[in-house]
Design a protein around this ligand. Structure first.
Ligand code: A2P
Length: 352
C-alpha cells in the first residue's frame, strides 16, 4: 500500500473508543502515523469522563452527542449497528466521512463495502459512509481474492471458528470469567453469550432465517459477493463460536471451473498482499489463532488439492478479527481516502 499523504492532517473521531476495536483503532492510528490534527474519543454516557491512552498521552472520552461531529473530517465508528444507524447520518450531515464497522450500511447499494487489498477503487464512490465488512468476510476475502483473480472461484464452502473477541471486549472478559468459574467447580455465568463459551463451542448466536442460515453466515455470502463485485459465486457458510480469546480461523473449500494446483495456489498466496503463508508439513505446523493475534496479515496454510473434486482446493486460515477483521481494515480505508484526497481537510473546511 502507498504511503499516507502526510502533507494534510485530519480531525478524527472514534465512536466506540472504549471497546475492543476502539482500543485497536487508537493503537493503529498512532503506530501507522495517521496524520491527525485533533482526536476525539466518543462512547456512551457510561464512559464519559474516563480517559484512554494515545501515543503517550491520556485523552478524555466524551459521551456522543449531536455536537460531537462538528469540525470532524473522519469518524471511525465501532459502537454497534443501532448506534451507527443513529449517528452516522448526523456525522455525514456535519461534513465528516464515516468508516463504519457495523453491519448497518454494508448492503446498502449506495455505500461502498471495502477491503483495500480487494476493491480499493470502490471507496471513491462514497457519499459520506464507507462500510467495513464483517470480520470473517474480510479474512476470507483477503485469502481468496488473489486466487479468484487468476481463476474465478465458482463455489465457496466455508466453516468458521470464531473467537470471543468478535462479540467485543466484555465478551472476552465473560469467557475468561467462565473459565475461572468452571475450573473452581462453579456454574459459569452467561450475560453476553447465550451459552457458556469456555470449554465449549456453539453455532454462531445471530438470528436464523427461514433457510436455516444465521445472520453471520449470510453476511459471508452477501458481503463477499459485493466486495468481489459478482453475484455468480455460490457460497455456503457454517459459523461457529469457539473458546478462543482472540483471532478467528476458517476452513475454506474452493471450487474452480478448471483444476487449480496447490503448488500454484501457494506461489500466488506467497506474493499476495495482506497474506502470510504459514506451512510446515513435516512439523504439522499451520496457522493458529494464538499466532495470528496482534498480526496484520491473514495467516494461510494447509493448501491442498480437494480429493473429492478435481477442481477443488482446501485451505485453512487464522486472522486477527480485531485487527485485519475490523480496526486495521478501517484504518487502511482511511489511509486510502487520505491518499486519494477523498477526505475533507481542516484547510478545505475553513475555505468553504
Ligand atoms: P461504552 O464503553 O461507553 O459502553 P465492544 O464491542 O468492545 O463491546 O465496544 C462497544 C463500544 O461501543 C464501546 O466503546 C461502547 O461504549 C460503545 N457504545 C455502545 N453503545 C453505545 C451508544 N449507545 N452510544 C455510544 N457508544 C456506544
Amino acid at each position: 500500500m502507498e504511503e499516507t499523504n502526510l502533507s494534510q492532517s485530519y480531525r478524527v473521531a472514534i465512536l466506540g473508543a472504549t471497546g475492543a476495536v476502539g482500543a485497536e483503532l487508537l493503537e493503529l492510528l498512532h503506530s501507522r502515523s495517521f496524520p491527525i490534527s485533533n482526536l476525539k474519543l466518543l462512547a456512551s454516557e457510561r464512559s464519559a469522563g474516563t480517559t484512554l491512552p494515545f501515543g503517550g498521552e491520556m485523552l478524555p472520552v466524551e459521551a456522543v452527542s449531536a455536537r460531537s461531529f462538528d469540525n470532524v473530517d473522519l469518524v471511525l465508528a465501532s459502537a454497534g449497528g443501532s448506534t451507527s444507524k443513529f449517528w452516522a447520518p448526523q456525522a455525514v450531515a456535519a461534513g465528516a466521512v464515516v468508516i463504519d464497522n457495523s453491519s448497518a450500511f454494508r448492503m446498502d447499494a449506495t455505500v461502498p463495502l471495502v477491503v483495500p487489498e480487494v476493491n480499493p477503487q470502490a471507496a471513491a464512490a462514497h457519499r459520506g459512509i464507507i462500510a467495513n465488512p464483517n470480520c470473517t468476510t474480510i479474512l476470507m476475502a483477503v485469502a481468496v481474492w488473489p486466487l479468484h483473480k487468476v481463476k474465478p472461484v465458482q463455489r465457496i464452502v466455508v466453516a468458521t471458528y470464531q473467537s470471543a473477541s468478535g462479540a467485543g471486549a466484555r465478551a472476552m472478559e465473560e469467557m475468561k470469567a467462565q473459565a475461572r468459574a468452571i475450573l473452581q467447580g462453579e456454574t459459569p455465568k452467561t450475560d453476553i453469550f447465550p451459552y457458556p463459551l469456555a470449554f465449549n463451542l456453539f453455532p454462531h448466536n445471530t438470528p436464523i432465517n427461514d433457510l436455516g442460515y444465521c445472520e453471520e453466515e449470510m453476511k459471508m455470502v452477501n458481503e463477499t459477493r459485493k466486495i468481489f463485485g459478482t453475484d455468480e459465486i455460490k457460497i455456503t457458510a457454517t459459523c461457529v463460536r469457539v473458546p478462543v480469546l482472540r483471532a478467528h480461523s476458517e476452513a475454506i473449500n474452493l471450487e474452480f471451473a478448471e483444476p487449480f494446483s496447490a503448488i500454484e495456489a501457494r506461489e500466488i498466496l506467497k506474493q499476495a498482499s495482506g497474506v502470510k503463508l504459514v506451512e510446515d508439513w513435516q512439523a504439522n505446523y499451520f496457522p493458529m489463532p494464538v499466532e495470528a493475534s496482534g498480526k496484520d496479515e491473514v495467516l494461510v496454510g494447509r493448501i491442498r488439492q480437494d480429493i473429492s473434486h478435481p477442481c477443488g482446493l482446501e485451505m485453512w486460515l487464522s486472522g486477527d478479527q480485531i485487527r485485519k477483521g475490523a480496526a486495521l481494515n478501517a484504518v487502511q480505508i482511511a489511509e486510502l481516502l487520505a491518499q486519494k484526497n477523498l477526505l475533507r481537510t481542516q484547510a478545505a473546511a475553513a475555505s468553504n
